[in-house]
Design a binder for this molecule. Structure first.
Ligand code: FCB
Length: 445
């Protein structure tokens, strides 16, 4: 497959449907010297944490090449660009503004306006300032308050020039990967940490929503969650129960409090030390109305029962894997969207991330990434089917605009639709970018 097509009748062809590309600050910006240290700088400095021993000091040098990067985005014909603001680039350690950092994002916003591209800003894509981690990070409730103060500064500064604000990106990753199993920054381990970090993150989201409503009432405000829909390894009752339990811990734990103001019922059976400390009023702060829910989807997860934790994740069930070893499973996205829509009263949905890491090769100036095109095609079909069955999906963002620092995997895993040569910083549109562009340019607009 080397092209992407939308049928004339497809709901994805509706002129109001938003197509975009996504990135995040730490993964592309570089220019470490002009911001505070973050937990990812510290995490990268410890040997063994990052597969290729790399870090975000230089990355794609987007702070230097922002202008050409935005022009490249415009060339793709997208309606929107999802990027994140680095907290540590806009706020100094004493809480004052970093004027140069704010000016950098102001330039981005002005240029996006000029190019008629909507700005979807993520306010927290994992790069917590290190000094806040030193005071306990997401295990300390005060971090939620500090987040709201930062969001107040940013949203006063940029206001409604921003089309959409997402408070957090994937709090499950921050809480579980960062504070419970320790494979992401800050690298803490312990079952007693995960749900506490998650609670403080959700509280931060709620406090920030209040600020956003005040400072940017007509921007669309919401949050981005990741989901790996849970499947049972067999039809055995215990495996079905295991998949359900994993789903409650990893997926519903984040969505239910946001929409219904309470955690899944499994909270009652959890050992006391693993339960979060919830103060009076927290759940109503967390569950304020959302303008949208961002959903990031890459793959499904398959579980079997296990004595120790009740569930255990199984290896991929098919051989159709991306370079991350993640199973290509578009039906999981359809099932996820239709299941959530049945279970909850959902706000508008944006698919804020979807894409594949492929072992790309740049040969004679070309990257023929057929597998990525096929991945995008099958997942866009799933989005289309979900819309046809009634899920209110308003947009889709490919992850990622360009190859970048893939967290614990370093630069070895390439998710971009644009290839980056890290020696020269040259960008090359892969076949997938050309196919995405051609699809977008052929729309009914
Ligand atoms: C998501 C992250 C994003 C990127 C993709 C592959 O979990 O939000 O930054 O790393 O995975």
């Amino acid at each position: 497959m080397n092209s992407l097509n939308l049928s004339k009748m497809s709901p994805l062809n509706d002129p109001s449907f938003i197509f975009g590309v996504a990135t995040s600050s730490f993964q592309i910006e570089g220019a470490r010297e002009s911001r505070q240290d973050t937990i990812w700088d510290t995490f990268c400095a410890t040997k063994g944490n990052i597969a290729d021993a790399s870090n975000g000091d230089v990355a794609c040098e987007h702070v230097k090449f922002w202008q050409q990067d935005l022009e490249m985005i415009a060339e793709l014909g997208v309606d929107a660009y999802r990027f994140s603001i680095a907290w540590a680039r806009v706020i100094n350690q004493d809480g004052s503004k970093n004027k140069a950092g704010l000016a950098f994002y102001q330039k981005l916003l002005d240029k996006l306006d000029e190019l008629n591209i909507k700005a979807f800003i993520t306010l927290y894509h994992w790069d917590l300032p290190q000094h806040l981690e030193d005071a306990g990070g997401w295990l300390n409730r005060n971090t939620a308050k500090a987040f709201a103060d930062y969001v107040d500064i940013v949203s006063k500064e940029f206001g409604e020039q921003v089309f959409s604000y997402a408070t957090l990106n994937e709090p499950w990753c921050s809480a579980y990967l960062g504070y419970e199993v320790g494979i992401h920054a800050p690298g803490l381990k312990g079952k007693q940490h995960g749900k506490q970090a998650a609670h403080n993150l959700l509280l931060a989201h709620g406090l920030a929503m209040q600020v956003l409503r005040k400072n940017a009432p007509s921007s669309k405000s919401g949050v981005v969650l990741n989901f790996s829909p849970s499947y049972a390894a067999s039809a055995k009752e215990e495996d079905i129960a295991a998949a359900k339990l994993a789903d409650e811990h990893f997926n519903q734990w984040y969505l239910r409090p946001l929409i219904e103001g309470r955690y899944p019922d499994i909270i009652k059976c959890m050992p006391q030390e693993q339960r979060p400390i919830i103060e009076a009023g927290d759940m109503s702060i967390i569950s304020q109305p959302l303008d949208f829910l961002g959903i990031n989807y890459y793959s499904r997860a398959v579980y079997q029962s296990c004595e120790q934790d009740g569930f255990k994740v199984c290896p991929p069930q098919t051989m159709n894997l991306t370079d991350m070893g993640w199973e290509v499973y578009p039906h999981g996205l359809l099932k996820l969207l239709t299941d959530l829509n049945k279970r909850y009263t959902l706000p508008d949905i944006y698919i804020t991330e979807n894409g594949a890491a492929i072992d790309d090769k740049l040969i004679d100036g070309q990257v023929v990434d057929i597998e990525r095109i096929s991945y995008l095609h099958s997942h866009l079909n799933a989005v289309e089917q979900a819309m046809t069955s009634g899920v209110k999906i308003k947009g889709y963002f490919a992850w990622s605009l360009m190859d970048n620092f893939e967290w614990a995997e370093g630069y070895k895993k390439r998710f971009g639709i644009v290839h980056v040569n890290y020696q020269t910083q040259q960008r090359t549109l892969k076949q997938s970018a050309l196919a995405y562009r051609d699809m977008l340019l052929a729309r009914n607009k």
